[in-house]
Design a binder for this molecule. Structure first.
Ligand code: IMP
Ligand code: MG
Length: 175
């Protein structure tokens, strides 16, 4: 696999994640937060974010949901399928949904509606990356790590056909 230049370094990701954790803890005050990571893409970002939030003594629980909108290509199918559900009871919970990237906005818009349908009192969203130029929905994340141009990126949880997912930084694949 040939990688392009690093777009966002490991250090930049860690620094920004720490800033986001402070902002989140400040906004949620003393409320208990149920953090729901969207698999697989958000596994690394979620792990780093919850560690930072925990260090700030916030009350959090962690859960995961798996949603797919992409087949094996680079375009969202627009039709989001949940193939692993959260295990927590969401009734009256404050959910912070964490994902790797928002592109069309289909995935997070539909997962938010789904979690509201399961009784969550409110659902906020945090994404590491945002590609605003690709949006086809009215979805707006509450917390954004970095805005990026319309590149298809890999690393730090993001993949292309499972390639690049475990890199500690964000880059793109040069074939
Ligand atoms: P959306 O539903 O179009 O907003 O797409 C969101 C999902 O598509 C993300 O959770 C990612 O899994 C995937 N995705 C979107 N853009 C990229 C990218 O540049 N690299 C890797 N995965 C991406
Ligand atoms: Mg994803």
């Amino acid at each position: 696999m040939k990688l392009g230049k690093t777009l966002i370094s490991e250090h930049e990701i860690q620094h920004r994640t720490s800033q986001l954790a402070h902002q989140i803890v400040n906004d949620f005050k003393d409320k208990e937060i149920l953090i729901v990571g969207v698999l697989k893409g958000a596994f690394m970002f979620t792990a780093d974010l919850v560690r930072r939030i925990s260090k700030l003594d916030a009350k959090i629980e962690i859960d995961f949901i798996r949603a797919r909108s992409y087949g094996s290509g680079k375009e969202s199918s627009g039709n989001v399928k949940i193939d692993l559900d959260v295990s927590a009871d969401l009734k009256n919970t404050c959910v912070l949904l964490v994902d790797d990237i928002v592109d069309s906005g289909n995935t997070l818009k539909q997962v938010c509606e789904y979690l509201h349908g399961k009784g969550a009192a409110n659902v906020s969203t945090c994404v590491l990356l945002d590609k605003p130029s690709r949006r086809t929905t009215d979805f707006v994340p509450d917390y954004i790590g970095f805005e990026i141009p319309d590149y298809f990126v890999v690393g730090y949880g993001l993949d292309h056909n499972e390639r690049g997912r475990c890199l500690p930084f964000i880059t793109h694949i040069v074939d």
